[in-house]
Design a protein. Sequence first.
Length: 78
Amino acid sequence: MRTQIEQYIIDRIRERREILGISQENLAFSLGFESQGYISKIESINPKYDDSYNINHLNEIAKILKCSPKDFWPEMPL
């Protein structure tokens, strides 16, 4: 099961990705994955999946989404 902070970050990334019109597939390929499956599992609300992004992913995603990694984090602790 994901932690509250993991889910918060996943939700912020998904929102930014959708605003920019970037598909799960394009994000996955930009991160070097061969399919969208990894991103799909991360963004899934299915409790059987507990995958989340690591620090390196957050940095690369910020480059792809043209923002700061800080944009994914809450202003105050959860």
